[in-house]
Ligand binder design. Sequence first.
Ligand code: FES
Length: 69
Amino acid sequence: MVLMIICVCNAINCKSVRAAVDAGAESPKAVQAHHGCKFQCGKCSSSIGDMISESLFERPGAPALVPAE
Ligand code: FES
């Protein structure tokens, strides 16, 4: 399994982001805090946000997307 580094400044990889989300982190800042870090350059914020969104929609009971009329 290849682990992609998401946050270079704090060496947080994709598995670490998912672990934080599974533990309840629902924002990029919360993911950083889960790992005892703070944003340095902030370039990973949007990538972490995207991963959070994907994870939340994959959870059982997540709201279903409804096609536009
Ligand atoms: S890449 Fe995450 S704070 Fe710089």
